[in-house]
Design a protein around this ligand. Structure first.
Ligand code: ZN
Ligand code: ZN
Length: 327
């Protein structure tokens, strides 16, 4: 949760400046997972334009987009970063592996970055706020762009021992952290193998890798990164979170519910990002089903009274703001 002002002592305690070698490694890894998928997306556009693809490629893209988004939103975000529900080691393995296939960084980097985002939301120390770069139109555009992608190249990291001592102590979770590159590469090769198994041509292996692997990583991550950029700038704000988090339905549809950022910052421990079942939250709907099937349990969510209380607080804050404006 955010506080009115982030004390600089808390910031110094939370962030580590990287030495030159670690910074180079971080930038190399971030750029690789951005540039290779971009090249793959250009290749996919070429194959689409020239008709060099089959229905299998389209299905592979859709299926792997689902796997990718499920892993990141259910696994890394709601399970790992927020502990919104519990599960056994087998379903945990499925979540950690599919999340790693999203190529958004290894377990520890993802969870510590995300918890820091909640701790300093839209204040100094937030790793990807679009609102810290000035108030002119040009500065706001720059902020949106920075919060979308370049923030991943910053020369600082979140301190593991401060933000995720629980994960650091968990040998099973640290295994998925250490083996991250294996899962990223598997997520690129797997659709190529399936494409080959279905179509039996070398070209189908290549287009499987391009559509289900590289282009999927690029396009799914463009949607995911809009959660940090667009959803802290544009959208509805039913709750007063003392930050700029907003509910943006188009982004929520593309990201299985993550675009409901205002709801999420109001109730970060909830497994559901929709406070009503009508808001687009595919991962929340899926988790409710998985809970009924017994695959996950102890699903946390706010009570109706807690939601109502937060709504009333937001209305009171808005009324106080408008009174101030007319004074
Ligand atoms: Zn946020
Ligand atoms: Zn979160």
């Amino acid at each position: 949760m955010s506080t009115a002002s982030a004390p600089s002592a808390a910031l110094a305690h939370a962030i580590v400046r990287l030495d030159p070698i670690s910074l180079r490694t971080k930038r190399f890894s971030a750029l690789t997972t951005m540039i290779l998928p971009l090249i793959g997306t250009a290749a996919a556009a070429y194959f689409l334009a020239t008709g060099t693809f089959t229905a299998t490629d389209i299905w592979l893209f859709v299926a792997m987009y689902f796997v990718h988004m499920f892993g990141i939103t259910v696994g890394f975000h709601r399970y790992l970063a927020h502990k919104a529900f519990r599960t056994g080691p087998v379903f945990e393995a499925i979540m950690m592996i599919t999340a790693s296939m999203g190529a958004q960084g290894p377990v520890m980097w993802w969870v510590t970055t995300h918890r820091r985002h909640h701790r300093f939301s839209d204040q100094e120390g937030d790793p990807h706020s679009p609102n810290l770069h000035g108030r002119t139109f040009k500065q706001r555009l720059h902020g949106l762009w920075y919060a979308h992608m370049p923030w991943m190249l910053s020369p600082e990291n979140s301190k593991w021992s401060v933000f995720a001592p629980d994960v650091l102590r968990n040998r099973r979770l640290m295994y998925y952290h250490r083996t991250y590159p294996v899962w990223v590469i598997s997520g690129v090769i797997l659709p190529g193998l399936i494409g080959f198994a279905v179509e039996h041509t070398a070209m189908s292996a290549l287009t499987g890798v391009v559509f289900g692997g590289l282009a999927r990583i690029f396009l799914a991550n463009q949607a995911a990164w809009m959660v940090g950029s667009v959803c802290h700038a544009i959208g509805g704000r039913p709750f007063d979170n003392e930050d700029r988090s907003a509910n943006n339905w188009p982004v929520a549809i593309l990201t299985f519910g993550e675009g409901l950022q205002n709801n999420h910052h109001a109730f970060p421990g909830s497994y559901r990002h929709g406070v009503s079942w009508l808001e687009p939250d595919l991962s929340g709907w899926l988790l409710a089903g998985l809970g009924k099937a017994g695959l996950v349990w102890d699903l946390r969510e706010p009570t109706k009274q807690q939601i109502q209380k937060k709504r009333e607080q937001a209305l009171a804050a808005a009324a106080a703001g408008s009174t101030k404006g007319t004074e």
